[in-house]
Ligand binder design. Structure first.
Ligand code: GLN
Length: 511
């Protein structure tokens, strides 16, 4: 019998439509898989006890002809940064331990309305601050390809859940790369939509001008299907775009069916094709460029000169916004309260001291300093100017190219602990992903093969102009097919076993 956990959401959807399986069967298979491997992977902070009931309800609705959406009945994992009325939402922090929110995030409400089945909440760096998921207050997630390695961050839980076949699809959030970077390091697909394309209502805020919710999956089509469900205007988010978005799934299918890329201009960001990157990452990246060229694309060099300052600008803007957003964790309104005797301020200080981890404190201190009187213009003001320059660099680059391309990350997954005591080293790994957040443009990471030196996944990043998410799915659909032809199938079919078990059997996640 087919192992339902190895199939893509699109393939499962086909089986459901044909009446060959049920949502209950699919959901049970994934819950069993979580039970079997999550002790090692630790992708989940909370597994839903309502999933099978939800699946049964969806099966009944399908039988009654009430559900038409393509993802109805498909299980989904949800990053713990998104609020859920029926599950705790901790954002990976002790300060929110056990907190069950009074409302669903808009994206979660849309999942439920479309008949998807929430499986649980996934692990993450505390308040999405980090690149390895080691800053979770609940312990790290491990990379399914090699349990001694990090899965990336901050959304390591969502990416690992998908890569370990614990969920076919997942939601993440990306402020500086937290969807794309973990996708790259686990051989998955991840998309950061155009800023404003997906609602932030109910996404526990890290840096409001940078945060975007988006899909994680094992195929471009699955990401598109999920994006179609959660995206679109939300009056509850003041920065939500009012655009009428095209079907991203249609774009992905069109891309996968295209036999030529003639007429497409692909811009190689020269600053992100850097000699300091891991050689095995660069080789796979350059081979990807050859595949694109062989399919008829025109490869051009483009420059984003201000990218040199992107990390410095990001690590002023993000802490500034985060210090303001995190001020609401004041021991009165949410979660933890440490009841020391003394003033309200004493209780607040004791609560924040006990409830926040070291990385959160580091960024709150950095942010309040950058925003303080006398320093505001020197730090925050300068960072905003750099942000404008980066946006102009992208605008110029997109006059010469339809999409931009780079490695998603400078290296493959590193060992647990390797960068934990060196915040700057951790920050520098974000150089490839941060520019898209500063510019508000969409970015996608898709698996580009394995690095020769360590056999670990390499991510290829595509970027498009703001509002052109459909272009990403179209080009991504074609590139995925070219890469799978090159590598003999989906990358996740090639991963080694986990804890002695045949983790990644030959039967793949592809449609
Ligand atoms: N790694 C980046 C950071 O630590 C990105 C985080 C994110 O996208 N949430 O800020």
């Amino acid at each position: 019998m087919t192992d339902l956990t190895r199939l893509s959401a699109a393939a499962l959807s086909g089986l459901l439509a044909a009446g060959e399986t049920s949502s209950v069967e699919i959901t049970r298979a994934h819950l069993d898989r979580i039970e079997a491997v999550d002790g090692d992977v630790h992708a989940f902070l909370h597994v839903s006890d309502a999933a099978l009931d939800t699946a049964a309800l969806v099966d009944a609705q399908r039988a009654a002809g009430e559900l038409t959406g393509e993802l109805a009945g498909i299980p989904v994992a949800i990053k713990d940064v998104l609020t859920t009325v029926d599950m705790p939402s901790t954002a990976g922090s002790k300060i929110l331990e056990g907190w069950v929110p009074p409302y669903d995030a808009t994206v979660v409400a849309r999942l439920r309305a479309a008949g998807l089945v929430p499986l649980g909440k996934t692990n993450m760096d505390e308040f999405a601050m980090g690149s390895s998921t080691e800053h979770s207050a609940y312990g790290p997630t491990r990379n399914p390809w090699d349990l001694s390695r990090i899965p990336g961050g901050s959304g390591g839980g969502s990416a690992a859940a998908v890569a370990a076949f614990e969920a076919p699809i997942a939601l993440g959030s990306d402020t500086g790369g937290s969807i794309r970077q973990p996708a790259a390091l686990t051989g998955s697909v991840g998309v950061k939509p155009t800023y404003g394309g997906v609602s932030r209502y109910g996404a526990i805020a890290l840096a409001s001008s940078l945060d975007q919710v988006g899909p994680v999956s094992r195929s471009v089509l699955d990401a598109a299907l999920l994006h179609d469900v959660v995206g679109g205007h939300d009056p509850r988010d003041s920065t939500s775009l009012t655009d009428a978005w095209p079907s991203f799934a249609a774009a992905a299918r069109q891309g996968a069916a295209a036999d030529s890329l003639a007429g497409l201009r692909v811009g190689v960001v020269t600053e992100l094709d850097a000699p300091g990157f891991q050689p095995g990452v660069l080789s796979r990246f350059h081979e990807t460029l050859e595949l694109l060229a062989a399919a008829g694309a025109e490869i051009v060099d483009v420059s984003l000169p201000s990218v040199e300052y992107a990390i410095a600008a990001y690590y002023l803007i993000l802490p500034a916004e985060a210090s303001s957003n995190l001020a609401k964790f004041d021991s009165v309104r949410f979660g933890l309260r440490v009841p020391v005797t003394g003033t309200v301020e004493d209780v607040m200080a004791a609560t924040r001291e006990a409830g926040f981890g070291a990385e959160v404190k580091r960024r709150v201190i950095l942010g309040t300093y950058a925003l303080s009187a006398g320093y505001y213009d020197a730090y925050y003001g300068s960072a905003q100017k750099v942000r404008t320059l980066i946006q102009r660099d992208f605008a110029a680059a997109f006059e010469r190219a339809d999409v931009l391309i780079s490695p998603t990350t400078p290296t493959t997954a590193w060992s647990l602990g390797a960068k934990l005591d060196d915040p700057l080293a951790m920050y520098l790994t974000d150089i490839t992903t941060i520019p898209a957040n500063l510019a508000g443009i969409p970015g996608m990471s898709l698996p580009g093969g394995l690095a020769a030196e360590d056999g670990l996944p390499v991510g290829i990043q595509l970027m498009a102009p703001a509002r052109e998410d459909a272009r990403l799915y179209r080009v991504g659909g074609t590139l995925e097919r070219l890469l799978e032809e090159r590598w003999g199938g989906p990358l996740l079919a090639q991963a080694p076993s986990l804890a002695g078990e045949e983790m990644f059997a030959a039967e793949s996640g592809a449609v």
